[in-house]
Design a binder for this molecule. Structure first.
Ligand SMILES: [Zn+2]
Length: 71
């Protein structure tokens, strides 16, 4: 449907809530507004902190513990 595609291009949807939004003059694009922008930023930061926590070297063996041979 070319006409539907054209309409989508003119009126993109918010990647957060999926609502059709205004693109021209929208300071919060690609989001529909400040709320979705902050929610996305918050989830991004949460993911970032979570990943950073997972990379803490807690699973590595201590200095005086030799790595086990696989047997
Ligand atoms: Zn939104």
């Amino acid at each position: 449907m070319p006409s539907d595609e054209a309409a989508t291009r003119r009126r993109p949807r918010c990647p957060r809530c999926g609502s059709v939004m205004a693109w021209e003059g929208n300071p919060h694009r690609p989001f529909c507004g400040l709320t979705c922008r902050l929610i996305d930023l918050g989830s991004w930061l949460d993911e970032r902190y979570r990943v950073a926590g997972d990379t803490l070297p807690e699973e590595f063996p201590s200095d005086d513990r030799p790595p086990r041979a696989a047997d």
